[in-house]
Design a protein around this ligand. Sequence first.
Ligand SMILES: Nc1nc2c(ncn2[C@@H]2O[C@H](COP(=O)(O)OP(=O)(O)OP(=O)(O)O)[C@@H](O)[C@H]2O)c(=O)[nH]1
Ligand SMILES: [Mg+2]
Length: 297
Amino acid sequence: MWQNLKEKCLSGDFKSLARCISLVENEVEGYMSFLENLSESDNTTIIGITGPPGAGKSTLTDGLISELLSKEKKVAVVCVDPSSPFNFGAILGDRIRMSEWYNNKNVFIRSLASRGALGGLNFKIIEITSILKSAGFDYIILETVGVGQSEVEIAGIADQTIVVLVPESGDEIQNMKAGLMEIADVFVVNKSDRPGTDTFIKNLKLMLATSNNPETRQIPVVSVIASQKKGLDILTNMILNPTSFSKKQERKTMLLVEKAYQIIQQKRMKNVDKEKLYIEIKQNENTNIFKFASNYY
Ligand SMILES: Nc1nc2c(ncn2[C@@H]2O[C@H](COP(=O)(O)OP(=O)(O)OP(=O)(O)O)[C@@H](O)[C@H]2O)c(=O)[nH]1
Ligand SMILES: [Mg+2]
């Protein structure tokens, strides 16, 4: 099954690709060796789009898809939706907005549940981006609501991280932790048709300019109106002609360390479960517990 699926995925069959992702998400038997045998393309750029709820991330993604398609790029989009039922409306909104792409052979769109109501990327996001990387996409866009942890994770995975803010985000930038500022490769101020845009951009730029971190001082700010597709050309240019990727390396390494640790832990603990331990210990109540445990490591 896996071999057949792999070939179909590589040949651009999106149905098989969607199925593969589901099988890996559900850890269906054979998924690990499938992942081990993937050959990822070096030519795929992963773009992370994060920002507060409702900032216009999906509208922006939609616009970027058009721009990238016009440059003959093949694009995959992964939306990580918070699994909270309160967000149902928003999820539905995303689906409707992006539905025009569903029959385009150069656009693959997938929604994933996030780890919990408070966000956090999907547990299998590294696996899923690996699959997409081996399926020959030029760009993978990861959209995720920025609520704490997910921004840092997205910055580990993405080659370029776009943080979307809106003119009303004043308080948010005041409270933005230094670490969160640094994850951005570019700040997009969306909804620039709204009052207060100029003041907001001025304050944001001032904040960046006075940062202690020289890299933060360089982060560009782009003003866009995603719903009117204004300013997207500037952003697309930045995406197509990136200037710095290197600062990402340390964060990527850390993320991969975490992942490797998780995989090793899973594998090593494979034959250990508490029910089995219970039965064995129950049968041998006088056993020396240290000796007993040593049989497992
Ligand atoms: N005025 C204005 N409204 C916009 C703009 N871009 C998006 N919107 C609107 O803002 C609302 C939220 O847009 P989305 O693209 O769903 O925002 P999002 O960040 O993806 O939302 P979540 O995924 O729920 O966090 C929608 O009603 C959009 O039509 C813009 O540039 N100007
Ligand atoms: Mg959205």
